[in-house]
Write a protein that binds this ligand. Sequence first.
Ligand code: AMP
Length: 250
Amino acid sequence: MGADNTHSFAPAIILFGSPGSGKGTQAKLLRHCLSGPHISTGDMLRTHIGERDEIGAQAERLIKAGKLVPDELVNQLVERRLKSRDCDSGVILDGYPRTRNQADVLLRMLPVHQLRPAVVHLVVDYDRIVARLSGRRQCPVCGTLYSLKTNPPKVAGICDLDGAKLVTREDDRESVIRERLHEYDVQTVPILNYFREAKVPVFEISGAGASPEQIMQRICGTLADSGLVDSGSTSGGAAATDAASETSFS
Ligand code: AMP
């Protein structure tokens, strides 16, 4: 990294936060102010599991236990993905990197693709996370997420968009959620300091106490204030109020 020409590079926004902090939801909403694809290693792994291929077979047991899959496997998935042309205008990384090794590999990969990293850390307390995730349901067909409490489907148990029967992800059971939070504390939290030491900008944003749209405005406003995205592409910015209730998340 370190080279001065990196300010002409497109942004690689690393969405950082515990499981259930709202990274997936924000990754989708951030299209309002960022271009480029949403790259979620969790979604990529679930696709492989659905396709019953070799990668899926390796990942499935670990995901069900709330454990991380091996670094080499996810590093390869991301490396391959970053080669696509649609990443030229920037990327939104969701759930990657999660270990020091992944962070290290990513920081070496990004400049090769003319991308420069910035971290958005979504901060949400763990009791709220457990409540959020254990009440979460997902459509197995289109991936839409619902919350039994704050964002239920119109017909109980059925996806509003395609009528499929909603499921609870195996790793959204409380014991597995606790294991995922433990993995996050031990393996992932320390890489925030690693990013700071590598002079990667880290923005702390509250991921609670507001609607997903308002949280998105906070993020876009912060990125615009830092010159990482066009200020013209955001509306309202950090002025988003905290008064609204949470409605959905992933
Ligand atoms: P997510 O949908 O991001 O919460 O990921 C679901 C699960 O996939 C995690 O609990 C891990 O088992 C696995 N996973 C996703 N991304 C990674 C990663 N970057 N490194 C290791 N395991 C991952």
